[in-house]
Design a protein around this ligand. Structure first.
Ligand SMILES: Cc1cc2nc3c(=O)[nH]c(=O)nc-3n(C[C@H](O)[C@H](O)[C@H](O)COP(=O)(O)OP(=O)(O)OC[C@H]3O[C@@H](n4cnc5c(N)ncnc54)[C@H](O)[C@@H]3O)c2cc1C
Length: 407
């Protein structure tokens, strides 16, 4: 049987390109199929990348990659009624994460891959996949291709896994991200950047928002649990507009995009491998939100690197059913380890109250603590208990939920 390549990778985003670069460096012939006219044309991301995985791929990436600004300031803002707001800021000069613009970044990564010998076929939409005895055929708008190893790097909709019938998309495991890029130049020195995480400005919808500073623009967006959109009659572009207006940010909109985000958690990940198939990045559901970090991009790159190395081992064994090697290697990598660590916080962040009632209780409690009247003061814990009761919340459960984010 002759194949079109050792490996066919569906999706030329971060996960697919990282898999391709690694597999190619391991000596495997590799084809990437990307539906967009170029890599990055279909990708959306809030735009803050933790660079450790990228540096595994390109140790000199900080000098060469089109990064925007290092995030040197982290700000959390919780908005409540009546002009109340809790703000927490932390400054650090580490260059651990950078803001990026995906249209620029993914194109750069694709060029690097091509320079190293990876073949990328653009404007190639994979429309179906079927399993033959010991290989997989992918059907595209340009004809069929077959390989003994296929990588599903098609993002949150996991096209290959769905076409093969090993995964279903369910709304409860998805968030919607809506984002604008504005022509507002940040008032910051060149080598500094800010990541703002904002809660309490998207009404009763379950989610939050962000503002990231790029070199000359701002990325402003919201992420919302898809389920909570059922009861909302606001179109997604209006949600982000209202959010931006509430923050008082004005400017011309250079780009608007909306995209789904996987929201499974470590214990609910679907099949990460199958006979002749490996699943990476968003297609595998690799997303971490632990309240402090939102990470999908480093997990996409990290899982791609592991996949590329695993593919080599599988080929050497000449047994293409042995894709569990990928899973075994993944367990040893930061990808599954960090997903496991984040599970507890992930579960807390899935609770309704965290976005609605808890911010209100904390704001009202702080408001009373910072107010002095002739009526006399109550002990802080009593204020907290009263405010919790007003919102029908058990104080002990609330404190334990907040602690679970840290322990
Ligand atoms: C609004 C928003 C904010 C986010 N913020 C952050 C953040 O700040 N930091 C962070 O780390 N992560 C963030 N994420 C998550 C991050 O963007 C993803 O985890 C990451 O892009 C996953 O990369 P990927 O390569 O797996 O998938 P993608 O980037 O989605 O790439 C998949 C590729 O597959 C292609 N494709 C899909 N179907 C087919 C098909 N049938 N045929 C051919 N090609 C196909 C697509 O065109 C695309 O290029 C955010 C996501 C969103 C939506």
């Amino acid at each position: 049987m002759s194949f079109d390549a050792d490996v066919i990778i569906v999706g030329g985003g971060l996960a697919g390109l990282s898999t391709a670069i690694t597999a190619n460096r391991e000596g495997l012939s590799t084809i990437v199929l990307e539906r967009g006219e170029y890599s990055g044309s279909k990708n959306v991301s809030g735009g803050r990348m933790y660079t450790h995985a990228l540096l595994q791929l390109f140790p000199d990436a900080l000098e060469r990659a089109p990064l925007e600004r290092p995030v040197t300031k982290e700000t959390y803002e919780v908005f409540c009624d009546e002009g109340k707001k809790i703000t927490f800021s932390f400054e650090h000069k580490t260059k651990n994460s950078y803001t990026i613009l995906r249209a620029k970044f993914d194109q750069w990564l694709a060029k690097e891959a091509e320079n190293e010998g990876v073949l990328i076929s653009y404007s190639t939409l994979v429309t179906n996949a079927r399993r033959e005895k010991d290989y997989i055929v992918v059907e595209t708008n340009r004809g069929e291709l077959k390989a003994p190893l296929i990588v599903d790097a098609g993002g949150v909709t996991s096209p290959v896994s769905r076409f093969l019938g090993i995964k279903k998309l369910e709304p409860k495991t998805l968030m919607l991200g809506v984002k604008e890029i504005l022509d507002v130049k940040p008032n910051l020195p060149e080598d500094e950047g800010e990541a703002r995480t904002i809660m309490g400005l998207i009404g009763n919808l379950k989610g939050g928002g962000f503002v990231y500073t790029n070199k000359d623009t701002l990325s402003v967006g919201v992420t919302i649990k898809v389920e909570s959109l059922y009861n909302s009659n606001l179109p997604s572009h209006e949600i982000v507009e209202r959010f931006r207006e509430a923050l008082g940010i004005e400017g011309n909109i250079l780009e608007y995009s909306a995209h789904l985000i996987p929201y499974y958690g470590y214990d609910k990940l679907s099949n990460l491998y199958d006979r002749n198939l490996i699943v990476v990045g968003d297609a595998a559901g690799f997303l971490i939100n632990d309240g402090f970090n939102i990470r999908g991009m480093d997990l996409a790159i990290g899982s791609g690197i592991v996949a590329g190395k695993a593919l080599k081992k599988i080929k050497e064994m000449n047994d293409y059913s042995k894709t569990d090697i990928y899973y075994e290697m993944l367990k040893e990598s930061f990808v599954l380890r960090d997903l496991k660590t984040a599970l507890r916080s992930f579960k807390v962040l899935n609770e309704e109250e965290i976005f609605t009632k808890y911010p209100k209780i904390l704001c009202n409690t702080l408001s009373k603590l910072f107010t002095v009247t002739s009526d006399g003061k109550e002990r802080p814990i009593n204020v907290l208990i009263t405010e919790s009761k007003n919102e029908n919340v058990n104080t002990t459960k609330m404190l334990s939920d907040i602690m679970r984010l840290f322990i």
